[in-house]
Design a protein around this ligand. Structure first.
Ligand code: BDR
Ligand code: CA
Length: 309
């Protein structure tokens, strides 16, 4: 099974990514680290602890990272995820503790100690990974690949051209892309192929466990905010798509393409500029997801949920 570290900002879909990573034996979750994104880094770390406790992943260390992006102020996503970052369920005090180590130190130690390169799955702003590369440039060689939820081949969701995770910290995304570590972007164009329809909601409930009940309640909250903001009640389950790509690459088709992060655009800062047609003549520097096998994706998700018991 593939060793992974999940750097995330839970966040409802990040929370589902944690469940998928714990419940599917094809990945081995070595740690969950959190970024400032959907909510403050204190809250995203608390939510990661809540989800690891819910999934009874008591051996998975959870650590918090940087409190704000490399430049500028943090844009939280409370319009989608609420005041706690994970509204829609009243969680008990989490049993999984917060590590005293900074996320970057935890990731560094795990990379150095691992006999094989580790895959980083990044489903929030990329601040922690940029920080890791700045502090420990040699760690780049210890990473098998980075698979992120971020960007889009076409339009954004937080501004017309920028997707939230990239918009929050475009400089970090740029540094990570420039690091030379192989990177795959699962952007909005592919995550929107995983809408949480009423049928999907019913399948989650039909799993019939406490965890499935919590999941349905959380996703119900997010459907209502998506409906309010984007008129989209079948809210896409973005972040688990990045996990899916790692546990079975045939679930998510990708193409190689030249990608740049727009850092300056007056209207387009934070956009991922993806040259799908090779018109720039530049050498591809990333893999970009284009298609999700939606039916098998939901089967895999339900199976993982069921396995969690
Ligand atoms: C991304 O933004 C966040 O709100 C979600 O958790 C996801 O990672 C989608 O644009
Ligand atoms: Ca996220």
């Amino acid at each position: 099974s593939t060793p992974i570290i999940l750097d995330c900002d839970p966040g409802h879909d990040d929370a589902m990514a944690i469940l998928l990573a714990v419940g599917d034996p094809r990945v081995e979750l070595k740690a969950v680290t959190t970024s400032a994104g959907n909510q403050t880094v204190e809250k995203t770390a608390m939510n990661a602890r809540r989800m690891c406790s819910l999934a009874r992943a008591f051996d998975v260390p959870v650590a918090a990272g940087y409190p704000k992006p490399l430049t500028g102020t943090l844009l939280i996503g409370d319009d989608v995820h609420g005041e706690t970052g994970l509204d829609g369920w009243e969680f008990p005090e989490p049993e999984v503790p917060l590590q005293s180590a900074h996320a970057v130190d935890l990731i560094h130690d795990l990379l150095v100690d691992s006999p094989e390169p580790i895959t980083l799955v990044v489903t929030g702003p990329q601040t922690n990974i940029a920080g890791l590369f700045a502090r420990h440039p040699d760690d780049r060689a210890r990473i098998k690949e980075i698979v992120c939820m971020g960007g889009a081949t076409h339009r954004g969701n937080t501004t017309p051209y920028a997707e939230y995770n990239i918009l929050v910290d475009p400089e970090a995304a740029h540094e990570v892309l420039a690091s030379g570590v192989p990177i795959t972007y699962c952007g909005l164009n592919v995550t929107h192929q995983a809408p949480v329809t009423s049928e999907v909601m019913q399948r989650i409930l039909d799993v019939g466990t406490h965890i499935s009940k919590v999941s349905a309640s959380l996703l119900g909250f997010r459907s209502s905010t998506y409906d309010q903001i984007w008129d989209l009640p079948d809210a896409p389950l973005h972040d688990p798509v990045a996990i899916a790509r790692v546990l079975d690459p045939t679930l998510v088709d990708c193409v190689e393409a030249p990608v740049s992060i727009e850092l300056r655009g007056e209207f387009t800062r934070g956009a991922t500029v993806v040259d799908l047609y090779g018109v720039t003549g530049r050498t591809p520097n990333a893999k970009v997801a284009t298609h999700l096998d939606t039916e098998r994706f939901w089967d895999v998700f339900m199976k993982a949920l069921t396995a969690l018991g």
